[in-house]
Structures are given as C-alpha cells and as structure tokens.
Design a protein around this ligand. Structure first.
Ligand SMILES: C[S@@+](CC[C@H](N)C(=O)[O-])C[C@H]1O[C@@H](n2cnc3c(N)ncnc32)[C@H](O)[C@@H]1O
Length: 228
C-alpha cells in the first residue's frame, strides 16, 4: 500500500491531514487524521450517510434547514444535499484547512457549486449557541463518539447543557442526530432526561470492515412541538 499526502496543516486546533491510500490492487481510499487521531476514511460511509437519512426521514415537509457539525470527508453533508426537500445545509467545521481543501475539490463526496451549501470555519458549539430555533435537523459527527473524543473540549457537547443547546438550535419538531463509533445508551438516557425532548431513539448500525464487525450507533431525539 502507498500513502499520498493530499494536505497537511497545523493550526490552533492541532494538525489535520488528508491522505490517499492506494492498495496493491489499485483501489484508493481517502483518510482524515485530526490532531493525530484517525477521524475517518471512506471505506464504508454508510453510517455517515445514515446520520443524514435517518434524521431527515423524521422531518416532514420541505424547505428544510440542516446543520452538520463536522465536515470530515463531506459524506453527511452530501447526503443531506441529496434530499430535494433540503433548502440549506450549513456545515460547522473547526479546521480551516479542511474547508479550504473542500473548496479546491479535494473532497470528492461533496457536490461542487451547490448554492444550498455553506461551509463555516467555527466550533460547532459556538454555532449551535448562536442558532436558537433555526434548524430542522442538527447532525453531529465531530468525534469518534461521546466516549472517544477527537478534542477534549468537545466533551461539553455531550453534557446536559451542551445537548440542551443543540436541542434549542432546532425548530419545534426538529431532529437532533448524533453519530457514535460505539453504542451510546448513556447519551440516549441523558437526552431522554432533558426538557423539550421526545422520541429518543438509539440505532445500532453494524458495519463489517476487514472481516471484523463494528457496532456504530446513531442517537436521535426530537424537540417538542409541531413543525411549522
Ligand atoms: C469524523 S469527521 C466527520 C465525518 C462526516 N460526518 C463525514 O460524513 O465525512 C469529524 C469532523 O469534525 C471536526 N470537528 C471536531 N470537533 C469539532 C468542533 N468542535 N466543531 C466543528 N468541527 C469539529 C473535525 O475536524 C472533523 O472534520
């Protein structure tokens, strides 16, 4: 296998690197490493896509506004854009270089020239705090899960206060969805205990990689109230 570095940058939030792996048989895959921690590759992006499809399946109507926390390789955002009912996708991404690489077409999953897409270089926690009542769906995939953080500072996102801020960023009836590399029943319980939250679900999504089974998970919750 050969590894080609497509981008590497060091910034306020540590190092970010985008690499292409080429196997002996010529198959290629992209991988993203954030602050020395493997964040993801594109060997199987079914659960990153499911983060969008599962949340949007629970959002009636059209003209939907979606916030994606964490650009990564762009699969969740691209899947949201593939839904014609979606009017706007805002992506909050901490790593400026990654957003720049997306602009240069280095993330092939992301459609180019889709005017519904806006990439923001920001901490998603700040974006959520400034977005009260704005979104029909908030899709969070900024860590390998609440129990395996890429940045320690992200712990606050999964606290009761952080989750309440994410719920408050939803319109009435909107849906919060959080990706995790492991089942996260405690996260589901914490959401269930919050005011203004109903319909908490914990989906376990098995994925086979290299002959091993991984149980990824998506936790969903709805803000109370009827959609407008
Ligand atoms: C696992 S990747 C997201 C994968 C994405 N769902 C996809 O489909 O490709 C996590 C991303 O979240 C970003 N990130 C981590 N902490 C963040 C934060 N607090 N605010 C915004 N982005 C963050 C990382 O830089 C990385 O790009």
């Amino acid at each position: 296998m050969t590894v080609t570095e497509l981008g590497r940058a060091d910034g306020a939030h540590g190092e970010v690197a985008l690499r292409r792996r080429t196997a002996e048989d010529g198959a290629t895959h992209l991988e993203l490493v954030v602050d020395g921690v493997f964040a993801m590759d594109d060997v199987d992006t079914s659960t990153e896509q499911a983060l969008a499809t599962q949340a949007l399946a629970r959002c009636p109507g059209d003209g939907l506004r979606v916030l994606v926390g964490g650009l990564g390789l762009g699969w969740t955002a691209a899947t949201a854009l593939a839904d014609p009912r979606v009017a706007a996708v805002d992506v909050a991404e901490l790593q400026g270089p990654l957003v720049e690489w997306a602009g240069r077409g280095l993330l092939p999953a992301l459609p180019s020239g889709d005017e519904r897409l806006t990439l923001h270089v920001t901490d998603v926690a700040d974006h959520l705090a400034a977005s009260a009542g704005r979104h029909d769906a908030v899709l969070l995939d900024v860590d390998n899960g609440p129990a395996f953080l890429v940045h320690e500072a992200n712990a606050g996102l999964y606290s009761e206060a952080g989750l309440a801020t994410a719920v408050a960023a939803l319109r009435p009836g909107g849906v919060l969805a959080i990706w995790s590399s492991d089942p996260a029943p405690e996260l589901a319980d914490r959401l269930t205990g919050l005011p203004d939250v109903v319909d908490v679900e914990h989906l376990v999504l098995p994925v086979e990689r290299d002959g091993r089974r991984y149980d990824y998970a998506i936790v969903l919750a709805r803000r109370t109230g009827a959609p407008a």
